[in-house]
Design a protein around this ligand. Structure first.
Ligand code: PMT
Length: 392
């Protein structure tokens, strides 16, 4: 279990920290909480104590003051995050103050540190606050930037606490080891959408979950991730370069633009093999009985990558319904992949939409059948395999 220390300061966004703790508990993090005196004016420490089933540190000098609490609490921590962080705490950290339990513990911590500010837009934009943020960044403290939005003070602007999912993803990243540091990974995800007319299109059932899970895993492992995605309803993963595309042709252009400097390329997208030969600018009228669509072949992006790769280690996917291994092995060699991940649509828990997948990994020498697992866990297995193939 990884230990996370959460520092909480006086900001109206404090109520969001309750939800954040619930999200982190679901991910099995061991949580400690330190509050400033001002924070306790907004929410009683009992609330956080009830959520984490532990005492909350506020006062270093209470009647158990013989323990060095601000030192003990950060021992073996994987990450220290201050959320919400007020302008005041940022100023104190920038200048090395240790005048309460939170600032003293932050000074004593040697683990990765994150600050998620939340305050009035003018306080955030104030030159002093911005200078203090720059100073903190120069100490290698990572910021999860606030977002634009309405605030309790009646103003609207940048200062609203970041999306909680982004904060969790930032913690996931900061608490991971980074064997892919300095490496570039291109990942495709989701379906493509081939328009027939302004109203209709051809597409498929890909939700993007597999590709997005791969993007998060590659990011957590320290890689510089470029995610090229067809239309899906998933949140863009935190800390990745995101390219939104619609058609297979769009994806082909984007892949060609970005492929040269990649170390790894993973094609998890369900790319449409065909698109309408002509696009009608106006809605095609209903005919009395049949309608015929003239389709033309889309570029095979994975084959293009396979033909033009230089240093890139390439992973393709195959979605099969019959003669699964035979078809997948043909794709592996025809498309010149280093690894092919095959999923069988008719296997329980595999393929489109769900949170799990059941696949076999095909390499030049082996076929490895994996058990049913979450797309998150599978992503790490695939990336580990690719790193092994590359010899990293
Ligand atoms: O998004 P989810 O709902 O989580 O579902 C995940 C998934 C089922 C989409 C994923 O696990 C998967 O199997 N992706 C590949 C689906 C697919 O298009 O398979 P294919 O056998 O048709 O294509 C083989 C490979 O060639 C794939 O890597 C595909 O990206 C690539 N391809 C295909 C056609 C084309 N014109 N260009 C390509 O690059």
């Amino acid at each position: 279990m990884k230990k996370i220390v959460i520092g909480i300061t006086g900001s109206i966004a404090i109520y969001k920290t309750c939800d954040l703790i619930s999200l982190l508990k679901k991910k099995n993090y061991d949580i400690e909480v330190i509050m400033t005196e001002h924070a306790t004016k907004f929410i009683n420490p009992l609330t956080f104590g009830s959520l984490i089933h532990k005492p909350i540190l506020v006062d270093d000098f209470d009647d158990t003051g013989y323990q060095i609490k601000h030192i003990n609490i950060v021992k073996d921590a994987s990450c220290f995050i201050i959320v919400p962080a007020s302008a005041n705490i940022i100023a104190k950290i920038a200048h090395g103050l240790g005048d309460d339990a939170l600032t003293s513990a932050f000074l004593a911590a040697t683990c990765p540190k994150i600050i998620a500010p939340a305050m009035n837009v003018h306080m955030y934009e104030n030159t002093a606050t911005q200078k203090n943020i720059e100073i903190c960044k120069s100490y290698d403290i990572h910021f999860v930037e606030p977002i634009d939005g309405p605030m309790a003070c009646g103003y609207s602007g940048k200062g609203h606490i970041a999306n909680l999912d982004d904060i969790v993803e930032c913690i996931d990243y900061m608490t991971s080891s980074h064997p892919l540091k300095g490496k570039h990974i291109l990942i495709s995800a989701g379906p493509t959408l081939e328009s027939i007319d302004p109203v209709r299109f051809i597409s498929n059932h890909s939700s993007g979950k597999m590709g997005y899970a791969l993007a998060k895993a590659a990011r957590n492992l320290g890689g510089h991730v470029t995610l090229i995605s067809g239309p899906v309803s998933l949140k863009i993963p935190y800390g990745v370069d995101f390219i939104s595309i619609e058609s297979a042709q769009d994806m082909y252009e984007a892949v060609k633009e970005f492929m040269d400097f990649q170390d790894y390329i993973i094609m998890a997208a369900a790319v449409g093999d065909y698109c309408p030969a002509t696009y009608s600018e106006t809605k095609i009228k209903k005919s009395d009985s049949h309608m015929f669509l003239d389709l033309q072949k889309n570029p095979d992006i994975l084959s293009y990558i396979g033909q033009h790769k230089t240093k890139q280690t390439v992973c393709g996917f195959a979605m099969e319904t019959d003669h699964v291994l035979e078809n997948a092995q043909n794709k592996f060699s025809n498309k010149n992949c280093d690894l092919l991940v095959v999923n069988d649509l008719f296997e329980e828990g595999a393929g489109f939409k769900g949170d799990t997948n059941k696949v076999a990994l095909i390499t030049k020498h082996f076929v490895e059948y994996l058990d049913l697992m979450s797309k998150d866990d599978l992503s790490y297995r695939i990336i580990e395999k690719l790193m092994k193939i590359k010899g990293e």
